[in-house]
Design a protein around this ligand. Structure first.
Ligand code: FAD
Length: 285
C-alpha cells in the first residue's frame, strides 16, 4: 500500500443522467449538497451504445456549471463508432471538460461481443490519447474482486495494466465490502509496476434487494456476515439503513487509514446516504 498513500486524498461523487425534468431538478439540489463538501470532481455515467449520449452531456454541463466543480463524463466504447467517440471527445474538449472516465461498457443482452470498433477499455484509452494527447485526465475501472467476465485474476490484472500502459491517469474500483480484496489488488499492482492512484469505489447501502441484484451482475461479493444480518432485519428499512451506514463508514475509514488515495461514492443521485457516511469520517470538517 505504500505507493498509494503518497498521493493527496481525492474524493469524488458519481451521478447518473436523470431521465426526467423532475429527476434533473432533484439532482440540482443533490449536487449542491455534495458540492458543499468540496469534492475533487463529480462524474456522470454513460449508457453503453450511446443510449444516454445527449443526457450525459447535458447532465455533465449542468453539474459543472451549477457547482463550479470539475465534472467528468463517463464514456464507453462498446457500440459506439470511432467517429461518434471522436465527435463526443471534441464536444467535451470545446466545453472545457478535461477529465473523463473511460470504459468498455456492458452490451445489452443478446447483442454480439464485437459491437463497435473498439473492443476493450484499453483501446478507448489509446484512442483518447491519439485524439486529444494529454488534454484529458483519464480514469479507468479496476476490479479488486475480478471483473466477472475475466478469464482469471492474472488475466484481469494484465488487462488492467494494458489500460494503464495505454495512458490511464488513475483508476476507480468496482465497489467491494472485502477490504482484503482491495489490499491484495493494490499489492499485485505494485508488484507489476502499476503506479497510478487506485481509488476505492464506495456503494452506500440503502436497499438490500437492489444491492444483492446489482452485486450479482457486477461481481461484487456481499460477505455472508453482512447478508445474515441484513436478512434478519426482514425488510425493516431504518435498521437496514443504519446497519449499512455503520458497515460502509467503517470500510471507508479503514481504507483511508491504510493509505487508500481517496474515495469515489456511487451516490445513485441521492445525497443523504453518502453524506451520512462522509460526515462520520475523520476527514470531515
Ligand atoms: P475492460 O477493461 O475492457 O475489461 C472488460 C473485460 O475484458 C475484463 O474481463 C477484462 O479482463 C477483459 N479484457 C480486457 N482487455 C482484454 C484483452 N486485451 N484481452 C482479453 N481480455 C481483455 N458501464 C457503463 O456502461 N457506463 C458507465 O458509465 C459505467 N461506469 C463505471 C464506472 C466505474 C468506476 C466502474 C468500475 C464500472 C463502470 N461501468 C460502466 C461498468 C463497466 O462498463 C463494466 O464493468 C464493463 O463490463 C467493463 O468495463 P471496463 O472498462 O472495465 O472493461
Amino acid at each position: 500500500m505504500n505507493s498509494q498513500s503518497k498521493y493527496d486524498k481525492r474524493f469524488s461523487f458519481e451521478f447518473f443522467p436523470p431521465k426526467t425534468d423532475a429527476g434533473m431538478e432533484k439532482l440540482g439540489v443533490v449536487q449542491q449538497q455534495l458540492a458543499a463538501r468540496k469534492p475533487g470532481f463529480f462524474s456522470v455515467t454513460y449508457g453503453a451504445g450511446g443510449s444516454t449520449r445527449d443526457r450525459t452531456f447535458e447532465t455533465v454541463m449542468s453539474v459543472k456549471n451549477g457547482t463550479g466543480i470539475c465534472t467528468a463524463p463517463h464514456l464507453s466504447c462498446v457500440g459506439d463508432t470511432k467517429k461518434q467517440l471522436a465527435e463526443l471527445l471534441q464536444q467535451y474538449k470545446a466545453s472545457g471538460i478535461n477529465r473523463i472516465v473511460a470504459l468498455r461498457g456492458d452490451l445489452p443482452s443478446g447483442m454480439g461481443a464485437s459491437l463497435g470498433e473498439l473492443k476493450y477499455a484499453s483501446d478507448l484509452v489509446r484512442f483518447i490519447r491519439e485524439q486529444s494527447g494529454d488534454h484529458f485526465h483519464i480514469e479507468v475501472a479496476a476490479y479488486p474482486e475480478m471483473h466477472p467476465q475475466a478469464q482469471g485474476m492474472k488475466a484481469d490484472l494484465n488487462a488492467f495494466k494494458t489500460k494503464v500502459d495505454a495512458g490511464a491517469s488513475s483508476a476507480i474500483t468496482q465497489y467491494f465490502f472485502n477490504i482484503d480484496a482491495y489490499k491484495f489488488f493494490i499489492d499485485s499492482c505494485e508488484k507489476m509496476g502499476i503506479e497510478i492512484p487506485i481509488v476505492p469505489g464506495i456503494m452506500p447501502i440503502t436497499n438490500y434487494e437492489n444491492l444483492v441484484r446489482f452485486s450479482h451482475t457486477c461481481g461484487a461479493e456481499i460477505p455472508r456476515w453482512i447478508k445474515v444480518r441484513m436478512e434478519a432485519f426482514a425488510g425493516d428499512l431504518p435498521s437496514i439503513v443504519q446497519f449499512g451506514e455503520e458497515v460502509v463508514t467503517s470500510l471507508c475509514q479503514e481504507l483511508l487509514d491504510m493509505g487508500a488515495p481517496g474515495l469515489h461514492f456511487y451516490t445513485l443521485n441521492q445525497a443523504a446516504p453518502t453524506l451520512a457516511i462522509w460526515d462520520k469520517l475523520s476527514l470531515a470538517g
